[in-house]
Write a protein of this length. Structure first.
Length: 627
């Protein structure tokens, strides 16, 4: 139920008041084992730091005061009504994300804000650029069912480190006997456990993919019959490939010409599947890179030969957009600070998210909240960094304490989540009902029970609540799929991209800036900001190449300052051969209240506008000096 690719099937039980968890051995994907994060969930659940009592204050400069639930809810409702009356409903923004992926507890609170005609987020923090790019090519970002890997020979992990972030998927590929390749900038744990590693320079993924495509086409090793039947714009694409100079590709990517050819010939022979990472598309070149990579599976004869996202069920009923009486105003997620500064947001309701750890350019965001007239409500399990900037903090329950269902963005199984016990806090849906009542709203849709919402969602998707309850999980079988593009084919020449003002084919635009490019991937024992406070096992080091360290007089474990136009932080250096020259790595979104900083005090809040205002975290440059 956390924001995790795998969506494990967990068996939970309470023994002498202590929660115990283990993997469900009957689940076809997660197969009876938990990753280290999952194995530690009991500690997270029983943490003494869990919020138990609502906290309120009139002014952010004041200390919190404990209060009762009724008083806290009435306070929130009064300020919400006042804000709408004075500034209009669009001045209210509900900020949510996937900290809890349970369908009801993710979507049901949105019903209240749709009913109020509040503003909603236009999500861009995670995988937006890649989503848009894949729609340009395939009309969908939904790729292969991972269970189909049993019929494959090769998987290419491109810009993804599944040994840390998709362990069950990695083990599934291993179980099926697939050969594993990695294309990445950093030599990750996945790269060290794979048969081949192509270490490319940052921002050159698009060029490497186009170079591979040229070799496949010119060597006539593509699947001609499949391409002729399923591709739009192939001839023009071949003309475009003729402009891609392979010597230039080798020079820019750092991959020698013979290695490019080796990749192309073996990939075509083995008809490889490509697992496209979310991290690589969080940059100015990310959308273009995904467009280029997405072409390769089609060249070798795969209908949907990539892994990126999975949409199994329609969950829109839970969200309740049908309750609106006016069109929705959507605020780009990455531009939260800008909209607060401009006075567009006067009331901010936050749940399932910790934006004051996870959003970029933290100095700007924190200053915006402190200096502008915005009332902040946070519903969370812990007193997070975001909660420290709130007027009201409401204690949340965990997924062990309530009924819900969850699907996955990796596999096609839907799971039933049943409560084990009730420790403290209230669910997102409970709080929604309390707020609706305090606002004296009569609409019955805002009081629908969790089970009724679940039953209706399942019914709309042709699934049975009784079967789900009996088995614990069910697979949503895939219907016949079509390319949802203007041509009804895979579009190498993308009409959708052209319609957004982009070139018809993926373009390489070199990004050359002063300093070192900062990458901020996920640490192996956290999910963005989750678990730092309870597991307290992190890697706060700046990972830097020996060459870049030598040039700056830095030795392993030296204290260093990392700085740019957004801010500066102090940490220690870890000199590593895994990191190439020109790159430094800081793992993302640790809690600033615990560490004193995190990488997002340095990351850019610029967005990739033509790819849905997707995030550009990895298009951040810094300089480093020894202290």
């Amino acid at each position: 139920m956390r924001d995790c690719y795998d969506t494990c099937s967990i068996i939970s039980e309470l023994k002498e008041g202590v929660l115990r968890v283990k993997g469900n051995p009957s689940h076809p994907i997660t197969r009876g084992f938990l990753c280290p994060k999952g194995a530690l969930l009991s500690k997270w659940f029983h943490s003494e730091e869990r919020l138990k009592t609502p906290l309120v204050r009139e002014d952010l400069r004041e200390d919190f005061k404990e209060t009762g639930w009724k008083e806290a809810i009435n306070f929130v409702a009064a300020r919400l009504s006042e804000t709408i009356q004075k500034h209009g409903s669009e001045s209210v923004l509900v900020y949510n994300y996937a900290g809890d992926r349970g369908v009801v507890n993710y979507a049901f609170p949105l019903r209240l804000f749709h009913y109020l005609n509040a503003s909603m987020l236009d999500y861009g923090i995670c995988d937006r650029a890649g989503q848009e790019a894949l729609r340009d090519v395939y009309g969908t970002a939904v790729g292969m069912d991972p269970e189909d890997l049993k019929n494959q020979k090769l998987i290419v992990y491109w810009g993804v480190n599944p040994f840390w972030t998709n362990l069950h998927g990695f083990m599934l590929a291993k179980r099926y006997g697939l050969e594993k390749w990695v294309v990445d900038v950093v030599k990750t744990e996945t790269a060290k456990k794979s048969e081949k590693f192509f270490q490319i320079r940052p921002n050159t993924d698009v060029l490497f993919a186009l170079g591979v495509a040229r070799v496949i086409v010119e060597s006539n090793i593509y699947d001609r019959e499949f391409v002729e039947k399923n591709v739009y714009g192939f001839e023009k694409f071949v003309e475009y490939l003729s402009t891609i100079d392979l010597d230039f590709v080798a020079k820019e990517t750092g991959i020698q010409g013979e290695k490019i050819e080796e990749f192309a010939f073996e990939y075509a022979e083995k008809k490889g599947v490509i697992h496209i990472g979310y991290g690589l598309q969080r940059s100015f070149m990310g959308g273009e890179a995904v467009r280029a990579i997405a072409i390769l599976p089609t060249l070798v004869g795969h209908k949907f030969g990539f892994i990126y996202d999975m949409k199994t069920i329609d969950k829109s009923y839970a969200e309740g957009e049908f309750l609106r009486t006016r069109p929705v105003k959507r605020i780009p997620q990455m531009k939260l600070a800008e909209f607060i500064e401009n006075g567009d947001i006067k009331f901010l309701y936050i749940y399932n998210a910790n934006p004051l750890a996870s959003l970029p350019n933290q100095n700007r965001l924190r200053k915006a909240i402190m200096k502008n007239d915005v009332f902040v409500v946070v519903h969370d399990i812990f007193l997070t960094d975001t909660a420290l900037y709130a007027h009201v903090v409401l204690p949340a329950s965990t997924f062990f304490e309530r009924l819900d269902i969850a699907d996955s963005y990796y596999h096609r199984y839907v799971a039933l989540n049943e409560p084990v016990t009730q420790l403290c806090g209230k669910s997102n849906s409970e709080v929604t009902r309390l707020l609706a009542k305090a606002l004296d709203i009569k609409n019955p849709c805002l009081y629908e029970s969790d089970e009724d919402v679940i039953r209706k969602i399942l019914e709309k998707n042709g699934l049975s609540f009784e079967e789900l309850k009996e088995r614990g999980f069910v697979k949503v079988e895939e219907k016949e799929r079509f390319y949802n593009t203007p041509s009804g084919k895979v579009e190498f020449y993308s009409q959708r991209a052209v319609g957004r003002g982009l070139p018809p084919f993926p373009q390489y635009n070199p990004l050359k800036r002063k300093g070192l490019q900062l990458l901020s991937p996920t640490w192996k024992l956290t999910i963005t900001s989750q678990y730092h406070n309870t597991y307290n096992i992190i890697d706060p080091y700046l990972h830097i190449s020996p060459q870049d360290a030598d040039e700056r007089g830095i030795k392993d474990n030296d204290e260093v300052e990392v700085f740019n136009e957004y801010g500066n932080i102090k940490t220690r250096a870890k000199v590593s051969e895994d990191v190439p020259s020109g790159i430094v790595v800081l793992y993302k979104a640790f809690w600033p209240k615990l560490l004193g900083w995190n990488v997002n005090f340095l990351t850019t809040d610029e967005t990739v506008e033509k790819y849905g205002n997707g995030s550009a975290y990895h298009s951040t440059w810094v300089e480093v000096r020894k202290i």
